[in-house]
Design a protein around this ligand. Structure first.
Ligand code: UFG
Length: 322
């Protein structure tokens, strides 16, 4: 039976997707260098420890397995770090994607699901953001996702590579069974940072920016539960394999919460006060990001199940306490 190769399948979103793929009966091989991923997150899938910067590692993975499609999660993800170390971002995010695509084509594999980002849009001119909104990334991280999307379009035209590029909004929450969750090092994301501050593992929760043009002055984001994201990947893969056609699809909820609103809900759920400290804006942060989810619903038949903000915070809280 042919298998699905998941690059970065030991990471946060990758591991949740692997779990969902296994549930749906897919045979999965995870390819991960374990630099940020965790071995214990790869539960009942095969793991190949390899590096996307090393073409021989990728080539031997394709040689030893019968691969039908590739999902690519492996990437650096911190917007603010990408400002300070653009070289690291351009090098790693682009090289790893190019190497992977190159070896896929060598092996004759032409189905590809890419982890893209809302960061490709830059400062939105329209809210909620539809997929045909102009692309104008505001930070080097977003640029790397934008460039890979451009490469994919050229590879489709020239080599018949078929892809679905999934543009995530704010991935959050944890596996409802408590098997996996979010743990970046350093942690930069809002919800885990709130929970770490409540648990006393961080002294303060820094609110980055209180003078955004929003009702309470803090930035608004579209938080989407990681298991809803995982489910969308499975639907996208099924769609791509049944009728190969390249697409760009937003994954978000069309609803937004400000930083202060998320803090208030977290205080209610944890029963604890969040020790906030107001700080200047982080470089590269935009005031509002909200997805139009119409295309995902229409094209993939996707339904949100866990993305109520309370469910997101509750599942993350259960994971963080553990
Ligand atoms: N924030 C804080 N304090 C923190 C962490 C975050 O105030 O400790 C604020 C941020 O300034 C931002 C919001 O909370 O306004 C959300 O921040 P996150 O770091 O959780 O997420 P971002 O929106 O910055 O970025 C995330 C992903 C990116 C992706 C983007 C797309 O990390 O990879 O969503 O929506 F590009």
């Amino acid at each position: 039976m042919s298998k699905i190769l998941v690059a970065g399948g030991a990471g946060y979103i990758g591991s949740h997707t692997v779990k969902e793929l296994r549930k749906q009966g897919f045979d999965v091989v995870v390819f991960d260098n374990l630099s940020t991923g965790r071995r214990e997150f790869v539960r009942d899938a095969e793991l190949i420890v390899g590096d996307l910067e090393v073409k021989d590692d990728i080539r031997s993975a394709f040689k030893s397995q019968n691969i039908a499609a590739v999902l690519h999660f492996a990437s650096l993800i911190q917007v603010s770090e990408s400002y300070i170390h653009p070289r690291k971002y351009y090098t790693q995010n682009l090289t790893s994607s190019l190497n992977l695509l190159d070896e896929m084509l060598e092996a004759g594999v032409r189905n590809f699901i890419f982890s893209s980002s809302a960061a490709v849009y830059g400062i939105p001119k329209q809210i909620p953001i539809p997929e045909d909104h102009p692309l104008d990334p505001f930070n080097p991280y977003g640029q790397t996702k934008f460039f890979v999307e451009r490469i994919l379009q050229d590879y489709d035209r020239a080599y018949k590579l078929k892809f679905i590029s999934l543009r995530y909004f704010n991935a959050s929450g944890a596996d409802p069974d408590g098997e996996m969750g979010e743990c970046h090092d350093p942690e930069t994301h809002l919800i885990p940072n709130i929970l770490l501050s409540v648990l006393g593992r961080k002294e303060n929760l820094d609110i980055f920016g209180t003078d955004f043009p929003t009702p309470d002055g803090t930035a608004i984001r579209d938080y989407i539960h990681v298991t809803d994201l995982a489910n969308a990947h499975v639907l996208a893969l099924q769609k791509l394999m049944a009728s190969p056609r390249s697409e760009f699809i937003n994954l978000g909820t069309n609803r937004g919460y400000s930083v202060k609103e998320v803090i208030a809900r977290a205080e209610k759920i944890t029963g604890k006060k969040v020790p906030v400290r107001e700080m200047p804006k982080r470089e590269g942060d935009v005031p509002v990001l909200l997805a139009s989810k119409d295309k995902a619903e229409r094209l993939l038949g996707w339904k949100l199940r866990n993305s109520e903000i309370e469910t997101i915070i509750e599942t993350a809280w259960r994971w963080h306490r553990k």
